[in-house]
Design a protein around this ligand. Structure first.
Ligand code: ADP
Ligand code: MG
Length: 701
């Protein structure tokens, strides 16, 4: 669908290739650090400053300072021929003293052009002393006198990537900033005044032209304003989704409890107190007349599946259908295996639909779903496909939701009429972050584990002892243990991840033979299944070591796996390590988790990993991670699906987040379609932060 983004924002949403000095090669680099659009550069705010206002005479410029000097060029001294180690030197000076500019691998033609003998130039850089003589190695700036004001100022410093020079990036950002239009004010006038914040336009200018280091502080008014804008767009988008869900009347679903009683009788255990509490919250929501949108949060192994099943049975008891959506095929099949015997015991039909369900089997299944013969349908995002029609979908469970966006949440619920939705997540998201990911969604927490879980002994081991670790694993395997071997996470490079996993696999296989299996995200579904089956099965000749990239991180259940080795643990988020570790010690046997780290560890890294040894409480761990690393990195990966803020810092701007939530609520209650002048300006805000989905909802809603 075409975006209705206001045209005033068009310049900001054009490609950075439009900026001066940016060709196709640089676009790639800029995309890597900031993004491909002009607006992304606005959000790439400085990480430091260089103050170039100090402009002494040459003879008075002290060692070690950044100085902007006006000099006359006296002489060039190129290095002797064929001796590239000697630098190219240019002698300059003023009436008070001399300074030598030093260029390693300097190109003579370029230097002769930029520093013509007998002319004056402005140079800026760090003054050094060598053999009692002043010198400046590779000045940051060399410009004609007329351009002194461009240099003699406080210069923002931006984070870079290899191949991208500070000058090029700064120039592009400066150009981007000049493209920022004046936008209609979307903040409440009284609030804006009280905060003494500048307009959006001025705030953008200000953060990119820092006066001193205070401009970089989280508490700088311009920075706060931009952070608030970002948080408000996030909270407003979530509030709109919620409003849309709320506006649709749900249908009171109560059921007679007959199926639930059968399942309870068939379960080999009793529900924990936490499971019962969550269930009664869900039951009450479902019985209510509004659509349910509830988050069920519970650590790995806290028993979410059975809660979901009981809730789905309520829908089935009323004669309608339920769906359970998992993020991966492996998980969809695992759910299926857990749930099928129970459903059979209750006399109802459960089926699974993934992208692998094809041909006649698929047609037959779709017919059974459309006809209502299937009571519960488990699947992956294949459940969204257009030709999947339910006779009457009343309840949908979305497992491990953080893999899915708001968008998908809406798509699935569009398949039913007033469908109630339960979202399950094993990620112990701290409260503050829950707010950014789900807004004011109702939350049930499973804060009590089923009995019989064994503690996991967690140890830190230096990667230097990799070989001993492999020996220990080999011994454990010969004693009947099953081992997960998790390969290093390499940010943003699936290819390297894969290479690392394959290499480790080859290595372990050389050592342990056929007993080692490999699983990673790039494998074909059938291969993945084969690896999982071999590892989870009881066969004598099945896999005993599963080398995996983080594809196993969510949900996988192999109760008799007792050992986990995680390579480069320091690269993972704590919450992620915790989730991984939750895979072991499930089957009534205690587990061992070896966190292999690359020495030396920083103090923070040490503290983080130590936290994992101390506690098994996912929420505590997540809070700690948030405290130590800040919001963006809590989950350690981009794919976490939690919103990443570019301007707001969840810790520093926590109070702004609360205000943004309240403000969003108020806006929605007064102007739910964003039609007032402020409402219209808020639409621009939503587009500015690329919350197009939320605005779209307004039009259709
Ligand atoms: P989650 O999906 O929250 O990670 P699961 O639903 O897979 O956890 O449950 C983990 C294990 O705990 C399963 O083997 C399940 O059978 C078991 N389990 C669930 N609830 C209970 C309970 N109340 N008492 C004992 N075991 C339970
Ligand atoms: Mg689960």
């Amino acid at each position: 669908m075409a975006s209705l983004r206001p045209t005033i924002l068009d310049p900001l949403f054009s490609s950075v290739v439009k900026l001066p000095g940016i060709g196709p090669r640089l676009v790639k680099l800029i995309e890597r650090i900031a993004g491909a659009k002009v607006v992304d550069l606005l959000w790439h705010i400085p990480v430091g400053i260089v103050d170039r206002r100090f402009a002494p005479k040459v003879g008075e410029s002290p060692a070690g300072t950044i100085a902007t000097l006006t000099v006359e060029v006296h002489a060039h001294t190129p290095p002797p021929p064929r001796n590239r180690r000697v630098p190219y030197r240019v002698n300059c000076g003023d009436e008070t003293g001399e300074i030598t500019l030093v260029f390693f691998h300097g190109r003579a033609d370029y230097l002769e052009r930029t520093l013509p003998v007998g002319e004056k130039r402005v140079i800026s850089g760090k003054v050094e002393f060598f053999d009692d003589k002043r010198q400046m190695t590779h000045p940051d700036h060399i410009v004609p006198l007329a351009e002194i004001d461009d240099v003699k100022r406080v210069e923002p410093v931006y984070s870079l990537t290899e191949g991208l020079s500070p000058k090029t990036l700064s120039k592009a950002i400066r150009a981007a900033v000049t493209m920022a239009p004046e936008l209609p004010e979307w903040l409440d006038a009284a609030y804006l005044k009280r905060q003494q914040w500048p307009s959006w336009h001025d705030a953008v200018q200000h953060v990119h032209t820092p006066k001193d280091s205070s401009t970089l502080a989280f508490s700088d008014p311009s920075r706060e304003r931009l952070a608030f804008d970002e948080l408000l767009s996030n909270q407003l988008a979530l509030a709109l989704v919620r409003l849309k869900t709320r506006k649709q009347r749900g249908r009171p679903l109560s059921g007679d409890g007959a199926l639930r009683r059968k399942i309870e009788a068939a379960l080999p255990y009793k529900l924990t107190g936490a499971q019962q509490r969550a269930l009664s919250e869900i039951t009450a929501d479902m019985a209510g007349e509004y659509r349910m949108l509830r988050l069920l949060q519970g650590d790995v192994g806290s028993g979410k599946t059975v809660v979901a099943l009981m809730a789905m049975l309520i829908a089935v008891e009323t004669g309608s259908q339920a769906a359970l959506m998992a993020p991966t095929e492996i998980l969809a099949h695992q759910h299926m295996e857990t749930l099928r015997p129970l459903c059979t015991a209750a006399g109802i039909r459960i089926e699974v639909l993934t992208s692998r369900t094809k041909g006649r089997a698929r047609t037959a299944l779709l017919e059974a779903v459309a006809g209502g013969a299937v009571n519960i349908l488990v699947g992956t995002h294949a459940l969204f496909q257009k030709d999947v029609d339910f006779r009457d979908l009343a309840f949908a469970v979305i497992d491990e939701q953080h893999r899915f966006g708001v968008h998908q949440r809406l798509e699935l619920t569009a398949k039913g009429n007033g469908t109630d939705v339960l979202v399950m997540t094993a990620t112990p998201i701290p409260r503050t972050l829950t707010l950014t990911a789900y807004g004011d969604m109702d939350v049930s927490r499973l804060d009590e584990k089923p009995p019989g879980r064994m503690p996991v002994d967690t140890r830190l081991v230096s990667l230097e002892r990799l070989s001993e670790t492999a020996d220990a694993v080999a011994r454990a395997v010969s004693n009947g243990a099953k081992v997960y071997w998790i390969c290093p996470l390499v940010e943003e490079s699936e290819k390297i991840d894969l290479a690392a996993a394959e290499e480790r696999y080859a290595h372990l296989r050389a050592r342990l033979g056929e007993q080692v299996a490999l699983i990673h995200g790039k494998m074909k579904p059938a291969e993945k299944d084969a690896a999982m089956e071999s590892f989870s099965g009881q066969a004598e000749n099945g896999a005993k070591v599963l080398v995996a990239t983080t594809v196993i991180e969510v949900g996988v259940d192999v109760p008799d796996a007792t050992i986990m080795v995680i390579e480069h643990a320091e690269r993972f988020g704590l919450a992620q390590l915790h989730q991984l570790r939750g895979r072991i010690g499930r089957g009534g046997k205690s587990g061992t988790c070896l966190l292999l780290y690359a020495p030396p560890l920083t103090e923070t890294a040490k503290a983080r990993l130590a936290k994992l040894r101390e506690t098994d409480d996912g929420f505590l761990i997540a809070e700690e991670d948030l405290r130590l690393r800040g919001g963006g990195e809590v989950l350690g990966t981009r794919q976490s699906g939690l919103p990443e803020f570019r301007l707001a810092d969840i810790m520093a701007h926590g109070d702004l987040l609360a205000t943004a939530r309240d403000d969003a609520k108020l806006i929605i209650s007064r102007d739910p379609n964003l039609e007032t002048p402020r409402g219209k300006a808020l639409r621009t805000l939503l587009y500015l932060f690329e919350q197009d989905d939320a605005v779209r909802m307004l039009r259709s809603g």
